[in-house]
Design a protein around this ligand. Sequence first.
Ligand code: ATP
Length: 595
Amino acid sequence: MSRPNEPWRLPVADRATVRRAGVELVKADWRSMTLVVLLAGLAAAAGLAGPWLLGRIVTRVESGDATMSSVDRLALGVLVCAVAQLVLTRFALNHSHRFGERALARLREEVVDRALALPARVVEQAGTGDLTTRSSMDVGTVATTLRSAIPEVFVAGMQLLFIFAATFLLHPLLGLWALVGMPFVLLVTRWYLARARAAYLVEGEAASEVAEIVAATAEGARTVEVFGLRRRRVRDADAAIGRAYGAARRTLFLRTVLFPVTEFAHSLPVAVTLFVGGHAYLDGSISLGVVVAGSLYMWQLVEPLDRVLMWVEQLQRSGAAMARIKGIGMVAGEPRSGLPEPADDRIEMRGVRYAYVDGHDVLKDVDLTVRPGERLALVGPSGAGKTTLGKLLSGADAPRTGSVEVGGVPVADLAAADELGNRVVLVTQEHHVFIGSLRDNLTMAAPDADDQRLLDALAVVGADWVKDLPDGLDTQVGSGGTELDPAQAQQLSLARVELADPHTLILDEATSLLDPTTARHAERAMAAVRADRTVIAIAHRLQTAHDADRVAVVEDGRIAELGSHDELVAADGPYAALWRSWHGRGASADEGRAG
Ligand SMILES: Nc1ncnc2c1ncn2[C@@H]1O[C@H](COP(=O)(O)OP(=O)(O)OP(=O)(O)O)[C@@H](O)[C@H]1O
């Protein structure tokens, strides 16, 4: 699948990591797994008693010493064993599914944690398609295995072991012939296993590529239309689908060799037992009851062998899926535990360099100290690096070199450990309303907050509309629920900030799309949240800079000037020029301040 200009992809974990991950999932819930194995073993044993009892009935009838009551007793035994098998299997499956769901929940949480911890630059490089496929399709594949694979493989494995043992005990000759299909199974499984992991990894990667192209085309539909790129996108999508089709055909080919050969190998012992047993019966060396029981055992062999095989295939598929899921963590890194507590609220950037694309630094040796409680405005021409600076200050990404720390602890580490949200928060113009109740939307910022605290936070941002909601904090919002207008959505997200209670806000004051009345409400809500906090504002309006304690002028990835509005105007440097051009060429600083 290697192609020229292949895009950068998220990595894939090696076999040892996948094995360790599987073991850890089982270890985390080992009691439940032990119970499942025990129940499954008992069910398998109960299943074996049936053919053995049937064989005894045949032997008695054949030897002529069968009475009505002895046959009835044996038949009742068959029935009891069948019922016992049914009940034990039911409980084994019930426990195994519950184990699977718990393990899956842990895996899902891990995927979400790791995906959220991915540096923004990595997400952009990898594309959302790959990430989405890994966290949905791949998690789904592993889910199927977690729910059923372990108990099913155990049940089937034990059944096989017991059946072979029972056949040997019944008659060693029949026991030996029972193994006749094994060499075929071993050879074809070896052949398959040598190829399956690579083939399934390619299949997963091809699915990611299709998802990526579809997502990117949908997101950029207007651009595609405006620039007449439709044909090109269709061609790219066709090529990706073609590769996905080829990858799926390869895995299909592997299955079409594996399954028929093993089907044949499974049926072979039944035919051989009937043939060899029949001859032995005719020459009087074996009883009819033994041949019947032996054939029934061989017949019983087919189903667990089929199941084991199906799961071998599914395990390969989910091993590849797990390798892709664990690959996300390889970039995000393990969550760091035991981070020291920041000594204070001071934010320091030292010698920071940062690049989106290797070799093109967009921040170049930035040093900046933000004092607790101050209002700092970042200004500068478009593309100078203000937003990037904001991203690094908010821990969304780590610098390439240098450090960004709050109270002496790297902000990116605090963000990865989920410890930054109550210290430094980036407030943008995107105000996401999550599907769920209003309460859910708020408590995500403060899980322990009671209703009164939630209502107080809403009151701070002026969200009076909460009183009019039919179900109050229980009102369902987000897609499909009560529609919140842009101003309400902003108030909700600012109420979340108020609840998280960070000491520092980084405000990306992107040009607002709100209408004037809504903008006024929004401004009031924002002012309420800003009060008593350190504020770093990425300013698009110079009025913000004018009102700030200090202004940092960013030019070409560097801080060109730093000082108060008055100092910078007096210095007559780049800021003074910006200020003058905002007020009209030649305007005095006093006039500017009045504006
Ligand atoms: N995701 C990205 N991938 C590659 N380059 C990027 C990315 N985002 C920004 N850049 C580049 O980094 C540089 C700094 O961009 P940044 O958005 O930080 O500037 P800015 O000062 O905030 O600009 P604006 O005022 O227009 O928002 C620019 O040259 C921009 O093209």
